[in-house]
Design a protein around this ligand. Structure first.
Ligand code: HEM
Ligand code: HEM
Length: 178
């Protein structure tokens, strides 16, 4: 028989990864993109962003390793045919987008000499802007798509929880069931 909830390790990883991705999206859009590369505070903001990004990578690799070894609850349906067909793909697109974000982020860092600038603590080693790099365009585009899919995913989870009242959220909940 299928379990009624995801494996505890997958539940913990889901919420850790979700919190870190949301933090990276906010940090990137509302903090880093607004600081000029010539501003000395940029280095620390980039260091924090890159650390969060690399943590997401480590936890996502753990999730991808653990997931096939665990038994998962059977799919739950909302009754909206298109949404029900898309959900499995959306979950896999999350993984692809996260890997694109991290690959392009590392690419921007390497091509712009960011690790050296951080090690030397010298902001003048940074290019005037990252936006000339095609990988930066990809990073920004993937971030927008990721934010959109996260919003859809959250709406879906709330639709199940508040309208269908089918207990979907409890399958991913960290709280022990009464
Ligand atoms: C960046 C944020 C998030 C990402 C990347 C993400 C990703 C995922 C993925 C990949 C799955 C599928 C798990 C699997 O099959 O192993 C999933 C399931 C789930 N997520 Fe998220 N999630 C995020 C945020 C959220 C939030 C904020 C909520 C709730 C408000 C939520 C609620 C759920 C629920 C309830 C499931 C289980 C769905 C089911 O049992 O079919 N997620 N999430
Ligand atoms: C899940 C992981 C990540 C997410 C969600 C994310 C998100 C973002 C966002 C939203 C921006 C701002 C884009 C803009 O509007 O201009 C950004 C910029 C950037 N990210 Fe990431 N990022 C991630 C991982 C990484 C990693 C791992 C690195 C490097 C190792 C990195 C390096 C950068 C750099 C260098 C910028 C440019 C900052 C600027 O334009 O001033 N990111 N990221």
């Amino acid at each position: 028989m299928s379990p009624s909830r995801y494996h505890p390790s997958l539940r913990v990883l889901h919420w850790l990864i979700a919190a870190l991705i949301i933090a990276a999206l906010f940090m990137g859009t509302f903090v880093m993109a607004r600081i000029q590369n010539s501003d000395p505070s940029k280095l620390f903001a980039l260091l924090k962003h890159m650390t969060v990004g690399m943590l997401v990578l480590a936890l996502t690799l753990m999730r991808l390793f653990i997931r096939p070894k665990t038994r998962r609850p059977t799919p739950m349906f909302s009754g909206i045919t298109l949404a029900d067909r898309l959900v499995p793909y959306v979950h896999r697109i999350f993984d692809v987008l996260v890997l694109v974000m991290i690959g392009s982020g590392i690419g921007i860092a390497v091509l712009s000499g960011l690790p050296g600038a951080i090690l030397d603590g010298n902001v003048s080693q940074l290019p005037a802007s990252f936006s000339n790099l095609p990988l930066h365009t990809l990073h920004v585009f993937a971030a927008r798509v990721l934010a959109g899919i996260v919003a859809l995913h959250v709406c879906g989870a709330f639709y199940h929880h508040f309208f269908l009242k089918d207990g979907l959220l409890s399958r991913m909940s960290l709280v022990a069931r009464q």
